[in-house]
Design a protein around this ligand. Sequence first.
Ligand code: AMP
Ligand code: ZN
Length: 449
Amino acid sequence: MEIQLYNTLTRNKETFKPLKQGEVSIYNCGPTVYDTPHIGNYRTFIMNDLIRRVFEYNDYKVDQVMNITDVDDKTIRRSREEKIPLKELTLKYEKLFIEESEKLNLKRPDHLIRATEYIPAMIELVGTLLANGIAYKASDGVYVNIEKVKDYGTLAKLDLSHDSHERIANDEYDKENARDFAVWKFKTPDDGDVSWDTPFGAGRPGWHIECSAMAMNVLGPTIDIHTGGIDLIFPHHTNEIAQSESATGQPFVHYWLHGAFMTVSDEKMAKSKKNFLKLGDLLDETISPLAYRYWLLTAHYRSPVNFTFEAVRAAQTALIRLLQLVGTYPEGGKIDSSYKNRFQEFINDDLDVPQAIALAWELVKDSNVSEPDKRATLIDFDKVFGLKLDSAPRIEEEKIPEEIVALAEAREEARQTKDWKKADALRHEIESRGFTIKDETTGFKLRSS
Ligand code: AMP
Ligand code: ZN
């Protein structure tokens, strides 16, 4: 079955065509390990995980790379503020990121790689850009001359008519200020000992060159899919394309996928606003990481979502109910092929996971599918959902003594003949023996009280 993906490059949904039949190469911009990720970051990482799972569900061999940004302006600034070596800071937050990713049941990428371990590849790439005249040396670093880059800014649909041809040393800047950007930053006193020697001067890589070098070093000059949050379209991904394509002369990425942002109380998350929530803050409110994951499955990755505790609590209630149901369904069933087909159609339609979740609930309510088959089908869906439905605790149906069942049947008969007095007496009899009886449309239900 075909997979459709919305490609930021063309602003269209396209049929996915892999570079190699049956295989998909994916590069995800990973965390900058200078602090605990906030729950907005995890929205993007959950999107990455869903993309991987959808391709696996379609029997693709996935080769997924995620980088760990362990050297950049932010990490260096923080290590200086905390007066600890850069490595000590970044290892601490990398470990935390891996632990939290496991709690969210994110599959580990095939290559989770640190920028500091790919410095030679970055130096080589900067060397190529200098050699072919795309980059030039300035007093504080090596810069890419965006005027020399073929089709600079297509991804972000930049209007370069007012280009002032200035330089920007910072990794982050806005779209209105497209300028020559740094691929190598010469050593400054603030960088401490974070520096590498190169033929073009000692210093450290810019953030953008890191991803270009790592992606191409592991996956080759052209890759199938590259992802990130929507904020990375400019300048980060725009500059990645510029550097990579100028160096290789080949298309860098076929499909660019970007996830929408999550806001809190309709505001951008910011430390100054105190709405900067971490997974730990959710746990303090007894919200599990998997409930947060479930909540995000109910929104499409390209739709902005607004976090409220109320919404996530409702998601947690729904997840618990689903786990309880799977827990009561007997094992030994088979996957319902009609539901599986519909499921695959949804997820292959640019990851329409919210529809797939709605389908799971439709299945639960469908009286034409047996309980064992429901279980088998839901556990199959969970290959994509990643909600650990197969670990739902088994809830054994209670064994009700035969004489109590006989009393309940007699009461049912009395009700059918409208002998309410007898029916009441039998109800009292059942209750006095420690059981409760509830009338449902499909008949009575007995429980020990
Ligand atoms: P960083 O660790 O800052 O490099 O960010 C990691 C990822 O999180 C990037 O792909 C960002 O685009 C993404 N991101 C940052 N803030 C949000 C947010 N509020 N909602 C969704 N994704 C976000
Ligand atoms: Zn990146």
